[in-house]
Design a protein around this ligand. Sequence first.
Ligand code: GLN
Ligand code: ZN
Length: 759
Amino acid sequence: MTAQPFSATVLGSPRIGPRRELKRVTESYWAGRIDQDELKKVAAGLRRDTWAQLAAAGLDSVPVNTFSYYDQMLDTAVLLGALPARVAGVADELDRYFAAARGNAEIAPLEMTKWFDTNYHYIVPEIGPDTKFTLNPAKVLSELAEAREQGFGGKVARPVIIGPVTFLLLSKAVDGAAAPISRLDELTDVYAELLGKLADAGAEWVQIDEPVLVTDISADAPALAEQVYNRLGGLHNRPSIFVATYFGDPGAGLAALARTPVEAIGVDLVYGPDTAIATVPELASKTLVAGVVDGRNIWRTDLQAALAKLATLLGSAANVAVSTSCSTLHVPYSLEPETGLDDALRSWLAFGAEKVTEVVTLARALREGREAVAEEIEASNAAVASRKSDPRLNNAALRAQIAEIRVSGVQRGSAEARRAAQEERLHLPPLPTTTIGSFPQTVEIRKARAALVAGEIDEAEYTNRMKAEVAAVIKLQEELGLDVLVHGEPERNDMVQYFAEQLEGFFATSNGWVQSYGSRCVRPPVLFGDVTRPKPMTTAWATYAQSLTDKPVKGMLTGPVTILAWSFVRDDQPLADTAYQVALAIREETVDLEAAGIAVIQVDEPALRELLPVRDADKAAYLDWAVGAFRMSTSGVSDATQIHTHLCYSEFGEVIGAIADLDADVTSIEAARSHMEVLDDLNAIGFSNGVGPGVYDIHSPRVPSTDEMAASLREALDAVPAQRLWVNPDCGLKTRKPDEVTASLANLVAAAKQARAGV
Ligand code: GLN
Ligand code: ZN
């Protein structure tokens, strides 16, 4: 129990493999191309390499059990014996785990949702009345044993587990069970048993993650945590306990943890203010694990500023250890493969491996004095200075232009004036039909993209092939009888990357992959500088599509909040300032689309809810700029141009007021799975613009029948008058098969006709 304190660590690290090896073998295993032994061999190799690198870089405490075949919350459910009964019939352990994560022909998977305000998605454990917690420590014990065997010193291997308060507050009650958190006492017994096992296996430290303490999910969380850690801290046979909080300010949770006997507490000093630390006297006997290196964004640490911050903490705790603010799971492995960047840009960045080096440097400065790392500080200062003075980051004319538009030009005409002008221009029937934008990414599209990348075809040939796709999609929509058509988005690899590639102020990494969920990885663009639009980005596609039909074609853009949410964003100015720059670029695009004769423009904001801050107190300010940026994007056009937006969810919760404030003429939302309840929610806040609750659930291969969709529309008409109701699927069609889409849309148009006949 009186283990040596450590001085330099990270809270966790990426696990997909530096070349996405884990993704590849896992998917091969799912496809039946390799067996389990092969999968496990690759996984063990990745763990070994990770530990070896962390230890070699100079960390004196190395996290283990941060590897996962899919997700750490799902791993915790397994650890606690809390998998749902419906997977129990799968005999093989790993297959059972994957069945819970992904489902199979008979078994529905567990739900997945966003991990706090990151782009990582976790599996939501289900706690039913029959869930019986039992300890199943095989994974953590074997990873601990593996790490110890590897020989870089059993002492420094520190198992990481998710804590009971976070586990229960992020789980979901099913089958009429009480709120999972009501099971906290019982679950704490299982953790007590686990700590005994870890101590017996030689673990000197254990890291228990309680990020839920930085949120307002439960006002009781600090008191519950105090109760749990008093109990676990009072055990005789246990490792030293390090409770980690991250992604924000633990608030009252910090003092609550400090009053318990745990030996170390982790605080995120990048996203959480550090002022409260001096006011917690109980920290004086503990190790404070100071998360001063940003674990979730890719910027190089300002070492001098971080050292100054660390210096203020020295008097507050018995020992100050240096760490990343959270697991580096959320950033790419290493800068090494990024050879295409200019020197300045590269000098501003730190990916996973570079962050470890920063932690070690800072710990060394604390131990030996800053002279010991003078060279590193000098290099860091040079990077800070170069970033500050780079003209790409400070376009004065752009800033002035934005300030002016914010004052004078983000107001459109009244809703009535717009409705009248649009009616006259568009002549749409009641209950107009449309889609959300993308059509299936066909084999031909994929082949053409691969051929372009491989250099087998040139840009011109690629463009021709995409034009053929657009023509086919327009023809199909005309045959189906849809009212507002789309070009189908065949030319877009990704709805954010497509724009990032065309805007100034962004760059693309060559190997900057991060795990999004399971085996799925994304390569977010980096928004490093002031954002401007050198030339139109989508007008050629929209006007080409419009030239093929007399029906209106909807121009398709991605909104500023979504572009920010799915990129790594500069941290040297408030997010709001960056959002307004992206908004101006989108605004310029809408103006060009309008000038080119496009009468309907959709600005997608599927990520509006994702960026919501973790603390309630910060939410209003966020929604204010999120709405402001959307309105800047969409208010440059005349009243006769119809603005649509699309949101990918129907549980609006805290963002419902903001949805009304976006003031789009038409909003399409998910609803096929939530039975039109969303319309009542929107009515309740006085929403009075056009709305298209999805009547076709595109997340399923099932073709909905005409009767079924007509019934949904009748239900919708109880809540919304016909003049305001639109008929559409609940999201883009890119993941669906062409024949499913054709059949479903034919039924959707028939359902709209049926419903029109009744009004
Ligand atoms: N317009 C996009 C599409 O149809 C919207 C995607 C989304 O909502 N995520 O694919
Ligand atoms: Zn969507």
